[in-house]
Design a protein around this ligand. Structure first.
Ligand code: FPP
Length: 236
């Protein structure tokens, strides 16, 4: 598979531990994590990757301390303001998945502005999951389908896997080929459960702030070659 056809999704874990093991506040770890987002997105563009999806904030993350949630929301805003021009110049088309409920209007406006400004970019599709949970996404999809059944636009006989897929936040995206989780946790944590049933998983020990573009590039090369060998075996 060529990297342009590939979709890599990343659970960016370990910002907190990166900071606390260095005697710093957790928010400093998140700030380092945001810098890492910038360098990994650039690496994705440089390596010719087609789709990159990043898990930035889960529906469960609201349970963190008020200060941490506020800090993360401020960081998302700062990131969008600071990176908008750069993302556009690099040809990165940005989209968001997750529920808009609970996000403040200033953040929603920035998100909408970034999506609008980059809508015609075509080098990399960057999907950022904010206030995202797979079960929440599936539940919202079921709600949308039920409404259509209620109004008679659909019948219950029309409900197929494709119909469900077409009502998810990710309806315009291919399924992820590879899901990476950093920081040595072996969990999926409600990230793309419907979409990743056939994905490969890679669990990296490195924390997200230490996940370098070089490491990312070597994972992409490894995966691409592994996939090609597999293709060759199939053709025998
Ligand atoms: C998990 O680390 C990380 C998060 C909950 C937030 C992810 C956010 C970023 C990488 C920063 C900014 C992102 C964007 C898109 C600008 P953790 O806090 O759970 O780490 P821990 O498990 O060590 O506590």
């Amino acid at each position: 598979m060529e990297l342009f056809d590939m979709h890599v999704a990343i659970i960016m874990d370990g910002n907190g531990r990166w900071a606390t093991t260095r005697g710093m506040q957790r928010l400093i770890g998140h700030a380092r994590g945001a810098e890492r987002v910038r360098s990994i997105v650039e690496a994705a563009v440089d390596n010719g990757l087609g789709h990159l999806t990043l898990f930035a904030f889960s529906t469960e993350n609201w349970k963190r301390s008020e200060a941490e949630v506020k800090g993360l929301m401020a960081l998302f805003k700062r990131f969008i303001r600071a990176e908008k021009a750069n993302l556009f110049t690099k040809g990165v088309k940005v989209r968001f998945i997750g529920s808009r409920d609970g996000l403040d209007t200033a953040l929603l406006d920035l998100m909408d502005g970034l999506v609008a400004q980059t809508q015609d970019c075509a080098r990399l599709v960057l999907t950022i999951a904010i206030n995202y949970g797979g079960r929440d996404e599936i539940t919202r999809a079921i709600g949308r389908i039920a409404k259509k059944v209620e109004t008679g636009a659909l019948s219950s006989d029309d409900i197929t896997e494709k119909l469900v897929t077409d009502h998810l936040d990710t309806r315009d995206l291919p399924e992820p080929d590879l899901v990476i989780r950093t920081s040595g946790e072996y969990r999926v944590s409600n990230f793309l459960p419907w979409q990743s049933v056939y994905s490969e998983y890679l669990f990296e020990q490195t924390t997200w702030p230490d996940f370098t573009p070089e490491l990312f590039a070597s994972i992409l090369t490894e995966y691409k070659n592994r996939d090609r060998r597999y293709g060759a075996v199939l053709q025998k």
